[in-house]
Design a protein around this ligand. Structure first.
Ligand SMILES: [Zn+2]
Length: 420
């Protein structure tokens, strides 16, 4: 049974993949408190009592245990109207359990140290010139960045390393099986990363958890962003390709190996261009960055944010080619959203990456094509919004994945302290 199903918190707190829920009632209750503090932040003891249904003395005992484990502190008291003593406020202690988060996408290689409670304690980001990068080169840079942030994590318990990859990652084997836009195939990333990180002081027994970048974007938005309290959402991010992650009933939709919802490669136009996956007419060949730039007549040397800014500037100056490119791209995007909404019946579609910046000019064309394509009953209950977490979404999602172990075995994680 997934941990979230036994938790007192709503399903949004469920783990990424099925896990067990602890050894006994006390551990289960301890984990319930951890989840509340992790997602909701500082919470009074009185509120913890209300949320869990546990009595005051049980909450007092559990809070003491969390303090002894270094996972919580009590600072200040809640001031409430009426009689009774003010209730102490319990706060998550970020240094109590640390996740190392990694983002490996075509344009960017980023890492972060993220603490229990979701606080980003340190971050490094390398925006690269657009080109394929060898896995060894990417891994070396990740190790360099994590080594450079050593002061932020050394001496703290490490829950795990979470890695968001722009490609099809196999969660059973820890490999990147196919990353067409990165130019990667069958890369044993978990193994290679574990070796490289051990050279900068991360113990080899610390788990490395890989997932598709859009799956982690969806998880991050569901837990900490635009989709908080929403159980069913679809996250769509544009970079070179289009990534899609789905949360269904509060759980990530992963498929047998983790390849599910590769909607960037769903067929939308049988007469379309050839995609990097080898097929023709995939959604990303019609609604992705390359399609927009091709239609707008942007010179091939210009890519990424610079190229998008050029299209927007030309459209703002009344250039009909750029304007038509925005309209066509918006319509293909809207058609794809219609398909996704028909398939998954989400409450929310969250746009991240490239589409975060393009949402305003694309919106009218997205909406027109979407309403032609989506079933009315599904369309009526969905909202289209931009990502709240923006550029941080993938690192935050990677940290949530890495922190999974904390909610399975808090004592075990706390005992795994990295020392110099
Ligand atoms: Zn494709």
């Amino acid at each position: 049974m997934a941990l979230g199903q036994q938790s007192i918190s709503p399903p949004r707190t469920s783990t990424f993949g099925a896990t067990h829920a602890g050894h006994n009632v006390r551990q289960h209750n301890l984990v319930s408190l951890l989840r509340i503090l992790h997602l909701d932040g500082p919470t009074s003891r009185a509120r913890l009592t209300q949320l869990t249904g546990l009595n005051r003395s049980t909450i007092g005992g559990l809070v003491s245990e969390l303090r002894e484990l270094g996972l919580a502190v009590e600072n200040g008291r809640e001031v409430t109207p009426g009689p009774g003593r003010p209730s102490p406020i319990v706060e998550p202690r970020p240094e109590g359990a640390i996740a190392l988060a990694v983002e490996l996408t075509v344009d960017c290689l980023a890492t972060a140290v993220i603490g229990f409670g979701g606080q980003i304690l340190a971050e490094r980001r390398l925006v690269r010139p657009r080109r394929s990068v060898a896995p060894e080169e990417a891994i070396e840079e990740v190790a360099r960045q994590i080594g450079a942030m050593r002061r932020s994590w050394e001496g703290a318990p490490l829950a795990g390393v979470g890695v968001a990859v722009a490609g099809l990652t196999n969660r059973l084997t820890g490999t990147v099986d196919f990353g067409p836009n990165l130019g990667w195939r069958d890369v044993p990333l978990s193994e290679l990363l574990s070796e490289a990180l051990s050279d900068v002081g991360v113990p080899e027994q610390v788990g490395i958890h890989l997932a598709n970048e859009a799956d982690l974007g969806a998880l991050a938005e569901a837990r900490r962003g635009a989709g908080r309290d929403v159980d069913d959402l679809v996250y769509v991010s544009g970079e070179v390709g289009i990534g899609v992650g789905v949360m269904a009933g509060g759980q990530p939709l992963l498929g047998a190996a983790g390849y599910a919802a590769e909607a960037g490669h769903m067929l939308v136009n049988p007469d379309g261009e050839q995609c990097c996956c080898g097929a023709y007419g995939c959604w990303e060949t019609e609604a992705g960055e390359r399609a927009l730039l091709r239609r707008a007549g942007i010179e091939p040397s210009l890519v990424g944010g610079e190229a998008i800014a050029a299209v927007l500037a030309r459209a703002a100056d009344g250039d009909p080619v750029a304007t038509a490119a925005i309209e066509a791209t918006g319509r293909w995007l809207g058609l794809g959203f219609g398909n996704l909404v028909n398939l998954f019946n989400p409450r929310l579609v969250v746009l991240g990456g490239l589409y975060h910046r393009l949402f305003e000019p694309l919106q009218p064309f997205i909406c027109a094509a979407f309403s032609e394509r989506a079933l009315r009953v599904s369309a009526d209950m969905v909202e289209l919004v931009v990502s709240e977490l923006g550029d941080e979404a993938l690192l935050i999602g990677a940290a949530e994945l890495a922190l999974t172990r904390l909610f399975e075995d808090p004592v075990g994680v706390v005992r795994c302290t990295v020392t110099a």
